[in-house]
Write a protein that binds this ligand. Structure first.
Ligand SMILES: NC(=O)c1ccc[n+]([C@@H]2O[C@H](COP(=O)([O-])OP(=O)(O)OC[C@H]3O[C@@H](n4cnc5c(N)ncnc54)[C@H](OP(=O)(O)O)[C@@H]3O)[C@@H](O)[C@H]2O)c1
Length: 280
């Protein structure tokens, strides 16, 4: 297949390029050469004549989105509108990466694909607006919601925990925010399988298993040989930040697992591979 990866230098975009390159023709685009908020800059997507466009680009700093909601809507909603128009022109299917933050976290169980979105913050609201553009404009689309992504060499939760542990030698992490740590290489492999199916729709693809931020941090410190660093529990209500995350941000992969047999391994297993590859 001919595939365009939008946001190709991001955390997921890089893994997708690595996983897909052996079997497909790939064009990877990102800032600054292709700003999806500029209609004049998306021509490169359609002119590649893709079969599938995988749209990973987004304003992903949730706190920055809360400080500047219009910037979030420009990138995540209007940018997605532009990418969907490019897919229309090329008659390409679109795979849009969305987020667990489209949900408000009030449910007492992991969110299923058909649960009603109700975002609490501008990041989630702008990503949901992106989902709606995809559904309005295209016949052939996959919307894949994911959560708490991690991979080597990126400034994600693991990197922040390890840096803070080295610097402060004591940490406090919330234990009332839960989600699914998701290893970007595992997600990229699952997406590669999904685009072969032509089984369009909404999916939740996350690392199997649910954890609190505290559980995740504890496992990271243990695996990094830093269990001696004191780790205290704290609550979301006591942690000042610009964005309000859903208390329960856990997703259930019901549809892809049941209908297509596509699922990711348990997150602790993926974390083992993450640490193993740090050494190589
Ligand atoms: N990371 C997570 O935990 C997580 C969880 C749930 C869902 N998601 C979703 O998964 C997708 C991929 O996330 P990620 O972690 O790979 O994000 P990432 O590392 O921040 O990558 C996003 C990429 O998009 C680029 N980008 C931003 N604005 C753009 C624009 N206007 N035009 C073109 N490119 C632009 C970024 O460039 P710059 O770096 O130069 O801004 C970056 O290279 C996103 O759609 C995100 O909403 C992520």
């Amino acid at each position: 297949m001919r595939i365009v990866i939008v946001g190709g230098r991001g955390q997921l975009g890089r893994e997708l390029a690595r996983v897909l390159a052996p079997d497909h023709d790939i064009l990877s685009v990102d800032l600054p050469e292709c700003d999806i908020t500029q209609r004049s800059e998306i021509d490169c997507i359609a002119s590649y004549l893709p079969d599938v466009v995988i749209h990973t680009a987004a304003m992903t700093d949730v706190d920055a989105c809360a400080r500047d909601p219009l910037a979030a809507y420009r990138s995540n909603a209007l940018g997605t509108h532009n990418v969907a128009i490019a897919c229309q022109r090329a008659n390409a299917a679109m795979l849009y990466i969305s987020t667990n933050e489209v949900f408000d976290g009030a449910k007492d169980a992991p969110y299923l694909e058909w649960d009603e979105p109700h975002p609490l913050n501008p990041y989630g609201a702008s990503k949901l607006a992106g989902e709606r553009y995809v559904q309005m404009l295209l016949e052939h689309f996959y919307i894949v919601r994911t959560a708490w992504m991690f991979s080597l060499g990126r400034n994600n939760f693991i990197a922040k925990i390890l840096a803070a542990a080295k610097e402060k030698r004591a940490l406090a992490v919330v234990d009332d925010e839960i989600g699914n740590p998701t290893y970007a290489p595992d997600l990229a492999r699952a997406l590669a399988e999904l685009i072969e199916t032509n089984h369009f729709g909404i999916y939740h693809l996350v690392g199997e298993g649910v954890a609190s931020r505290y559980d995740w941090a504890a496992r990271v410190l243990q695996r990094a040989g830093m269990s001696d660093v004191p780790l205290a529990r704290t609550k979301l209500a006591d942690y000042q930040r610009d964005s309000t995350p859903p208390r329960n941000g856990a997703l259930a992969n019901f549809v892809a697992a049941t209908t297509l047999g596509i699922k990711l391994r348990p997150w602790p297993e993926a974390l083992e591979e993450y640490f193993a590859s740090l050494k190589t």
